[in-house]
Ligand binder design. Sequence first.
Ligand code: ZN
Length: 591
Amino acid sequence: MMTLSILVIGIAILLVLGVVAYYTTQVVRQRWESGVLDREYERMAEKKKLLEERKREERERKDKEEYEYNVLKSNVLVALGLEDWNAIPQYDECVTVYSQIALNNYDIVKFLKEHGGVATFEKIENSIKEKKAVAKILREFLEQNEYEKYFQYGRLKQDIQNILYNANGYRVSVRYTSVEGNNLGHNTLVITQECINRFKNNPTLLMDKTEYNSYLKEQQRKALAQKQHDFYERVNGVIDYANENKETLIIKGSQERLDALIASLFDRTVNSIKKVKTTDSEEWELIANYISEIKGDIEKIVGENRRILEYYQSADFQRVKESCETLMSTQREFNEYITQKAESISQLFGKRVTRGETVNEDEYAYIRPYKKTISPFVAEVSAAVFASAENNPLEYVVKYFYPNNDRYPEQIQKLQLLVEELETLKEAKQIIENYKAEYQQYLGDVPDYVMKEDEAGFYERLGFANIDERVLEVEYKFAYTSGGGKVGRSFPFPMTEENIVEVIELLEGKLTAKAFAQEQRALMTKKLREHIKERDNFTCCNCGNSTHVEPNLLLEIDHIIPVAKGGYTEEKNLQTLCWKCNRSKSDKILA
Ligand SMILES: [Zn+2]
């Protein structure tokens, strides 16, 4: 029994001991393990911290690098004078297709056809040109620049090379996507200038027949416009030449001849150029010939004038001038007196209706203006007015050249003076002709062409008064030009003594009774002048000189009491004076 009890107790003790040992072991193990973990944990935390630190540093370094790179890039951009790095984009245009077959078949021809065909060439070519220009700048930069020492230059160089890769033409991105928009394939088309040239040389590659025909028509239209432009320029060349040389023309009537040539150039070419319908029309040759013809005529006029001008500047002409000098010294005063008279007389004709610059109504403004010589007494009127003026010229002369009623009394006086002075000038002209005859012996070596082309100018340069026919025989002119500039008509109204008298009477008829009473006076007609001279035996009533003594003496008829002071044109108030005495009398009155 005892043994059993001991055994039981022993077992019990062993069990207790076992349990105790187990728990002890467990506790110890747990404690040990937790210590290890803590250390491990700390270690890992440290490592993580270190890692984050490094990452941060790395990021900062990269940010700095990136920042510096951007600064470098923008500096280079400024140095290159470019707006941004996208001046050469990777793609100029994007196209989307929805099947693999479509992607495979999408080529340059298809692209061009879908995007306007030839009409798109200009845009593409411009884009290629721009890219080439930028690429040139970039290539030159890569060849030589001051940035090579920079740390990130290698990267910049690579970037620029990538950009240059895109400069090889007009780049089209062709994308194949699913309906949902997922990318399933991609292709790049590069359209080069050579490629465009090929299509240009053979536009049919891109066109169906209708398109090709209208393209051809457009080409023809352009060619025609170009041809017209070329011809307008030819006309302009002649006009420029005329404008440049006009002021240098000295031979009387040259400027008017030039005007007439330019006017017919306008008439015969400008409208015709506009009307020709095809580039191969025979009309072109006719127009070209006409332009050359006019040009030749104008050059001839300019040449003639130059030759004459050269003569006047020559020693030969100086010699002629010198040998005539003594003779001229006695006649200079008379010539100056007459020159003055001729100038003042031209002020006595009514209002100067003038034509200004030739304005050519050319819708394209291709033709340059030509400055026409101002022809004083020409009224440009409408067809209707022209017809009426033709039927009743006197009435229309008054209407156009004496338009101001208030000035009638003044104008009547002027016209009366004109009647008197015209006659004197005609006599003076004859006297000057007589003088010229006396000079003939000194003019032996004057070239024929000078006398032939510029006799009046020649004598004027020697000191002779020049009494232009246009002063003695003034004409009022009515002109009418049809819309197209093709038909020009005009008729003159010559201011002969008879016509002037008629104009005076008409103006007087339009005056009020009171004004009429004041203005009315007898006119000194040619007949009356001759009568007074005969009465006075062609002798100056002041100095006694006469045409019996001096055949070339100019005699004038003088109002003893001047008209301005109430003197009348009647026999007892008129006397014959030689030009010298008449001049000093009017000088005294004026003083
Ligand atoms: Zn006298």
